[in-house]
Design a protein around this ligand. Structure first.
Ligand code: ADP
Ligand code: MG
Length: 326
């Protein structure tokens, strides 16, 4: 029996929801949701287009997972507590095996963070997945615009892994199998840094998630604060897999952590007076938090080697519509 739109929604997406703040979920013209009193709603939306955001041979489980993960990463960068999601799915055809795997990836991550899927839209067309995630923030969420001269710049986890993963997905990466697999997983299954966002809440002066590459995203944070930055490129956090796959004297050693996208780590600024408290909080965490530079008053972004010499990056990171004018 062919799968019509409504049996598709019921079969794959109308999952039970345990949240008491969902008065009405999937099935009516709109979901009805209760925001706790005294808190604000944080809403983030991201679209993944086949061939632009993921290669055509990406496993459907990874597409479902990542469509939600990139939105939860935006909520993490606001120190928000995630609650609900909506899903707009455009599919060339309704294939049960594909939908099973896509839904498994989506709900695996949703359940991990207590997120309920409360609605969406299903249409036919070129494969495109849009997720909107909703969460709650208190009166002082983490924002992009609070960095001040003297603040330290820190980043969670490691950078450059997903850039290597993209090469692996294209068959352009040779090296030990476990290291290649690690990078491919970092590209396909990024972990939204929600717990880290909460730890940094109240301590960090500004924050952003690294989706387009450190230089590009840090520049947004600098623009929002009207400040500049000095980065120590030898201090950038590199994973053991990265260190196995990339030579320390190659350009990639610097360029990938600076400019490759899709790592979904958090980049934050922390006033010097709060550094000790932040480091103590992260000492108990499995994920490292690494100091990579400092905010300065003079606008612009300068990169330095450990010996004090300047490092001139080649690329600034990923931009849509680049070079098209207008
Ligand atoms: P309407 O035509 O009123 O916009 P739809 O017929 O598109 O509603 O959808 C019916 C119900 O199913 C709605 O509650 C909608 O939110 C939900 N829905 C549709 N597509 C999805 C999807 N991909 N995932 C989750 N819920 C969906
Ligand atoms: Mg309707």
């Amino acid at each position: 029996m062919p799968l019509d739109e409504f049996s598709l929604i019921e079969r794959y997406f109308d999952a039970p929801c345990a949240r008491g703040d969902v008065r009405l979920g999937i099935g009516d013209d709109a979901a009805l949701l209760d925001v706790p009193s005294g808190r604000s709603l944080a809403a983030a939306i991201d679209t993944l287009v086949e061939g632009v955001h993921f290669p055509p041979d990406t496993p459907p489980e990874a597409i479902g997972y990542k469509a939600l993960a990139v939105n939860l990463s935006d909520l993490a960068a606001m120190a928000a507590e995630p609650a609900w999601a909506t899903l707009a799915l455009t599919l060339p055809r309704a294939e049960p095996a594909w939908l099973d795997a896509f839904a498994a990836g989506f709900f695996r991550l949703a359940e991990r963070h207590g997120v309920c899927l409360v609605g969406g839209d299903t249409t036919r067309g070129p494969l495109t997945v849009t997720v909107q995630a909703h969460g709650f923030v208190d009166a002082t969420p983490l924002r992009r615009d609070g960095a001040r001269p003297g603040d330290r710049i820190l980043v969670t986890g490691s950078l450059g892994d997903a850039g290597l993963g993209l090469r692996a997905a294209r068959g352009e990466l040779q090296g030990p199998e476990a290291a290649v697999r690690y990078c491919l997983d970092r590209l396909r299954y990024p972990a939204p840094r929600l717990a880290q966002g909460r730890l940094l809440h109240g301590q960090a002066s500004a924050g952003i998630d690294v989706s387009d590459g450190l230089l590009a995203d840090l520049q947004h944070l600098l623009d929002a604060g009207g400040v500049g930055a000095e980065l120590e490129v030898d201090c950038l956090p590199r994973s053991p897999a990265f260190c196995e796959l990339v030579k320390a004297d190659s350009d990639d050693w610097f360029e990938l952590p600076l400019s490759a996208g899709d790592d979904f780590e958090l980049c934050v600024t922390v006033p010097e007076a709060r550094i000790a408290a932040v480091c103590e909080a992260f000492a108990r965490e499995a994920l490292p938090l690494t100091a990579i530079g400092r905010i300065v008053a003079e606008p612009g972004l300068r990169c330095r080697r450990a010996d004090g010499s300047a490092w001139q990056p080649r690329s600034l990171g990923w931009r849509h519509f680049e070079g098209e004018g207008g």
